[in-house]
Design a protein around this ligand. Structure first.
Ligand code: PFF
Length: 461
């Protein structure tokens, strides 16, 4: 066991805090509202929630079980199963080559996501600084000006991205003992309470009725052929599936937690967070006469709520501080996933791996950082480079990676090993959990893969 794992294995509470610290992030507050807006509202939300249960939860549980039973990160875990590990299952062919490719796909996704996740984290940092110096208070800077001075200034975005990378690097190099995701996880219940308060405030604005209708009423005519694929991609993104993160976390979870109950709880918490984010953002979209859309949606809307509210600056600082912590926890989670694989599989020293990975990510991140300004003339399918990048990695690569990992779980891990987790859950929680295995087995074997394939195919139309 390497030093990272040693420090992270332990109590059930520690595991949950780390899992929530890594799952809850920009996906809930930044990505979810903007893709709901792009995909027509309520029908997409309903489809997303259904997919959390039939695709997200089964995959999440599968990844946790894979990590728990192999005790390693995704790449070494896949390779071990690819070789037909006798502890797991003996009657399978040697597929090490394919497994190495699958593991590298997961690592590539982590690098590609971290590159733009950091740019958005830089935006959050900018707003945190703006509110901290009081320039977005009632009498101060106009939120719209603040946004355009950020979006129009590519080098400012590169600088903010660099600062975020520096913070991530310092934490990653030093923070072997404690696990920053855990500490971030501790702040997340406070963030949830803040989200609920802000949602209530937002519901008192004039756009609330229209917003609730848009966000909660399912008008299926607004869905497009690609909505299914986008919803599945987002489910994977928000639950951190397909990166290998949940495999790593599973390897630290210890015997006190069963993967099936953890998967269920993480998915429920994460979905509630996203729903509140939507309830908070959409009334602000409908209260304004401006057309808000795209990846800047969160930043176009939420400062207006603070500008209207008494103690808006305090709310603004608290909100962006919590959001920054969430973004930091997730950035570290993504980096740790890549590091766990690189250090374990390539036998590279941790410090060196941190510096090389961050340097590569930083160079790549310059493209999304310039997407709203120097590169804004480049569009792909009508989308900015940032949006096209996010869409390609999440809606295609991530879904594919999650699907491959789930196939490995189904085909390579002995059914008795899988079932044992649900039986353990039944002993610890409720006897009904043992029966859930049949549903999970059906979902991960047939339903979820079929939906993923359909989602990928429909995106081609
Ligand atoms: N689930 C995170 C979010 O919704 O922002 C993104 C993420 C974090 C993915 C950590 C992967 C990871 F390891």
């Amino acid at each position: 066991m390497n030093e990272v794992k040693k420090s992270r294995s332990g109590s059930a509470k520690g595991f949950y805090l780390a899992a929530i610290g890594s799952a809850f992030g920009l996906g809930n507050l930044w990505r979810f509202p903007y893709i709901v807006a792009e995909n027509g509202g309520g029908a997409f939300v309903l489809m997303y929630l259904a997919l959390v249960f039939v695709v997200g939860m089964p995959f999440l549980i599968g990844e946790l079980i894979l990590g728990k039973n192999t005790g390693s990160a995704v790449l070494p875990a896949l390779v071990r199963l690819g070789a037909g590990d006798p502890l797991i299952r003996v009657d399978v062919n040697d597929r090490r080559g394919t497994m190495i490719m699958a593991g590298f796909l997961a690592i590539t996704i982590s690098v590609l996501v971290l590159a733009y996740y950091t740019v958005i984290s830089g935006w959050v940092l900018y707003y945190l600084l703006q509110f901290s110096v009081g320039s977005l208070s009632k009498s101060g800077l106009n939120p719209q000006n603040a946004l355009s001075s950020l979006m129009d200034n590519g080098w400012l975005q590169v600088l903010l991205t660099f600062v975020h990378f520096l913070i991530v690097m310092c934490v990653a190099v030093k923070d072997v003992e404690e696990g920053v995701e855990r500490r971030v996880g501790q702040a997340m219940p406070i963030f949830m309470i803040l989200l609920i308060i802000l949602s209530i405030k937002s519901l008192s604005t004039e756009g609330a009725t229209q917003a609730l209708q848009f966000f909660l009423y399912p008008d299926f005519s607004r869905l497009s052929w690609s909505s299914l694929g986008r919803a599945i991609g987002h489910v994977c993104f928000t639950l951190s599936i397909g990166f290998g993160t949940m495999v790593s976390l599973g390897s630290y979870m210890g015997q006190k937690v069963s993967a099936s109950s953890a998967g269920f709880r993480i998915a429920i918490f994460d979905s509630f967070a996203s729903l509140f984010a939507g309830i908070m953002i959409f009334p602000l979209v409908f209260s304004s006469s401006d057309q808000f859309s795209g990846p800047a949606l969160l930043f176009q809307t939420i400062p207006f709520l603070f500008a209207k509210t008494s103690n808006g600056t305090t709310y603004g600082i608290t909100f962006f501080l919590c959001l920054y912590l969430a973004a930091l926890g997730s950035s570290i989670g993504i980096l740790e996933t890549a590091l766990a694989n690189i250090c374990e599989f390539l036998k590279m020293e941790r410090k060196k791996a941190v510096i090389i990975t961050i340097a590569i990510c930083f160079v790549i991140s310059i493209i999304p950082a310039l997407s709203t300004n120097a590169l804004n003339s480049i569009t792909i399918g009508g989308h900015s480079t940032l949006e096209a990048w996010d869409g390609f990695v999440v809606n295609w690569l991530l879904t594919l990676s999650a699907l491959i990992i789930s196939i490995v779980v189904v085909r390579r891990i002995d059914q008795a090993v899988l079932k044992a987790d649900f039986e353990d859950n039944a002993k610890k929680n409720s006897p009904a959990m043992a029966k859930i295995f049949v549903h999970w087995w059906f979902a991960i074997r047939f339903l979820a893969p079929a939906l993923c394939l359909l989602g990928l195919a429909l995106q081609l139309i």
